[in-house]
Ligand binder design. Structure first.
Ligand SMILES: [Zn+2]
Length: 243
């Protein structure tokens, strides 16, 4: 048996396994995504039952086997149980888990995505921001951590940082008014440009603390959706239920 390790993470997936066990996928700070077995988790009085619920976040004591980890002890700090009480929150929350699963790999360090997931679920439960906006923020920030985000801080042709206004999907970035004059793509409101910059650069604790008017939201909603979809090669199951 290998040495015990403490993993900080969140349960992305959970499925029954064998007669009494569960097989979970954890997104961890230390080891990226890991598959782990929780022996006896489905026995009625198992102390590990709560550690196998979707969204459960905390410390997992585990040892590594040949093809999977085994969880021996867990200390769950946040269960996010209220998500399951509301259908919309469940759909959005499941979508966020699925996207995190899609964009992370075993063995890669995943602190940023884990922290993002955590603050995003907190924002869902807080109820102060419209759910579709939370979704777009989460998607763009996920692309940022994945290293596949558009250039929105300076003109991709001349490098100027002022008067950025035309977004060209094929060039994957913004053009200033001058360079973008004869280009296709959408002409963005100043507030839309600022919102994109904010989503890519704001500290996590401030990420879900702004408002957009309808016109600006419609612009970034369309844009982020198109950009995000271009990095996803299969539909997410939970996305079918999103509005
Ligand atoms: Zn330019």
């Amino acid at each position: 048996m290998s040495e015990r390790t403490t993993l900080t993470g969140m349960v992305l997936k959970s499925a029954p396994s064998g007669e009494y066990d569960r097989r979970i996928v954890l997104l961890t700070r230390e080891k990226g995504k890991v598959t782990a077995f929780v022996r006896g988790a489905r026995r009625p009085k198992s102390a590990l039952q709560a550690a196998t619920g979707l969204f459960a976040f905390g410390s997992f004591e585990a040892y590594e086997g040949k093809s999977a980890w085994t969880i021996v002890k867990a200390e769950i700090r946040e269960h996010f149980l209220d998500i399951a009480k509301d259908l919309d929150l469940t759909i959005y929350g499941s979508y966020f888990l699925e996207a995190a699963d899609y964009f992370t790999a075993e063995g890669d360090e995943a602190s940023d995505q884990l922290n993002l997931l955590y603050v995003t679920l907190r924002a869902l439960l807080k109820g102060q921001m419209e759910l579709p906006l939370i979704r777009r923020i989460y998607e763009l920030r996920t692309l940022y951590y994945n290293g596949t985000y558009p250039e929105v801080f300076s003109c991709i042709q001349c490098g100027k940082k002022e008067n950025l206004e035309r977004f060209d999907f094929y060039s994957h970035g913004l053009f200033c008014a001058e360079c973008g004059k004869n280009r296709k793509g959408i002409r963005l409101e100043k507030a839309s440009v600022y919102a994109l910059q904010f989503i890519l650069s704001a500290p996590l604790e401030k990420l879900y603390s702004f408002r957009l008017n309808e016109k600006v939201f419609a612009q970034i909603d369309q844009m982020i959706n198109r950009i995000f979809q271009s990095y996803v090669d299969r539909p997410f199951n939970s996305a079918a239920f999103l509005p």
